[in-house]
Design a protein around this ligand. Structure first.
Ligand code: GSH
Length: 346
């Protein structure tokens, strides 16, 4: 053996044993979460629909439900959860830095975010699009009338970028008024500091629901972008990615298969539908690749319900809902003309 190749092979052996040592000691996200005893999940500043606080300081909402569902899949209880409220501006860095285990926070899945921030988007839980809101008495009825207007917008968002595109493409000379804090943005708009407010349309419904006189504002008909909102995880842990992704798919499949919070026990003991039996862990071993117990999906449904129940409660017509009608929209099940379609339990 020539001395050079000897040196090389020693180096290779040393490198290999380092790699081996790293693999042997690095903990998976699931192991870290289990050892900690609870999941850390990021949402946004309190906002009706997605993530809001009740009088006792408990978080609730559709994005909070996804956090609860992942906690239930791991621990069998939705309460093994620490919610972190993070602004749009810092959300991705906070996740990439390891401050939380996942983000469930009206975050739009884009190519850049998916490939350049050290993150992976899991499965869409709400199909949205950007719109505009104006005071009713402004007389404005179309976004095309916003030529030269000042528009309040949150920075660090796709909203800000789409607004610039919309203005440029249509030669509108819109003047963005940018904010880091959504409360300050809303107050400025309410006090007449800008002619219009722009946000995802579900965000506008949420903002409006929190205004003193929601009826004084209208959402204009135009939708200027695609905003597929999805929970995200840090890149590099395929099992963790699968756990969060299949938690969303469980919620959607459960609705399609007619399994809900109220009937899940009965379904588990009496259903003869093979997909239901596999989903609820009565048959097969679909849990194994996820590293979760057989009843992981049962626990999700038992603790938080299915996708339709969550939608109705927080985004739809429920007491706490923000009244976005679902029937026939992109957020309906694929069996009803929508885009909510989850891969099968098999
Ligand atoms: N979907 C867009 C916008 C996200 C966004 O700004 N969502 C609103 C929904 S109301 C929000 O969280 N606002 C509160 C905040 O971030 O301070 C994105 O991912 O950039």
């Amino acid at each position: 053996m020539k001395p050079n190749s000897f040196v090389l092979s020693v180096a290779a052996v040393v490198a290999m044993s380092f790699a081996g040592a790293t693999v042997a000691t690095a903990k998976t996200t699931l192991e870290i979460v289990k050892e900690r005893g609870h999941l850390r999940c990021q949402v946004g500043p309190a906002s009706p629909g997605f993530y809001n606080l009740d009088a006792k300081g408990n978080w609730y909402g559709s994005d909070v439900s996804i956090c609860q569902a992942v906690a239930a899949a791991i621990f069998g209880s939705k309460t093994k959860l620490e919610i972190q409220s993070v602004s749009s501006q810092v959300r991705f860095t906070a996740l990439a830095n390891g401050e939380s285990d996942m983000l469930s926070r009206t975050a739009t899945w884009t190519l850049l975010r998916d490939t350049q921030l050290g993150l992976d988007f899991t499965a869409v839980n709400f199909y949205d699009g950007q719109g505009f809101m104006v005071p009713k008495d402004s007389g404005i009825t179309s976004a095309m009338q916003l030529k030269g207007a000042t528009v309040c917008v949150l920075t660090g968002t796709t909203t800000e970028l789409n607004l610039a595109d919309f203005s440029r493409v249509n030669n509108m000379n819109i003047k963005p008024v940018t904010f880091e804090d959504s409360n300050v943005r809303n107050d400025t708009y309410l006090q007449g500091g800008c002619d219009a407010l722009t946000n995802d349309k579900s965000g506008l419904a949420s903002n409006k629901a929190a205004f003193p006189n929601p009826g004084d504002h209208i959402v204009l008909p135009e939708t200027i972008s695609k905003e597929p909102l999805a929970p995200a995880v840090r890149q590099g842990d395929a099992q963790w990615f699968d756990i969060v992704k299949w938690t969303v798919y469980t919620l959607i499949n459960a609705e399609e298969l007619g399994v809900n919070k109220a009937n899940v026990d009965k379904m588990r003991s009496t259903s003869t539908n093979a997909s239901v039996r596999r989903m609820l862990g009565v048959e097969g071993n679909l849990n194994e690749g996820l590293g979760l117990s057989k009843d992981w999906a049962y626990n999700i449904i038992k603790e938080v319900g299915n996708y339709g129940e969550i939608y109705e409660a927080y985004m739809g017509g429920g007491k706490l809902g923000i009244g976005i009608s679902r029937a026939g929209s992109a957020n309906d099940l694929w069996t009803k003309g929508g885009l909510m379609y989850a891969p099968p339990f098999r």
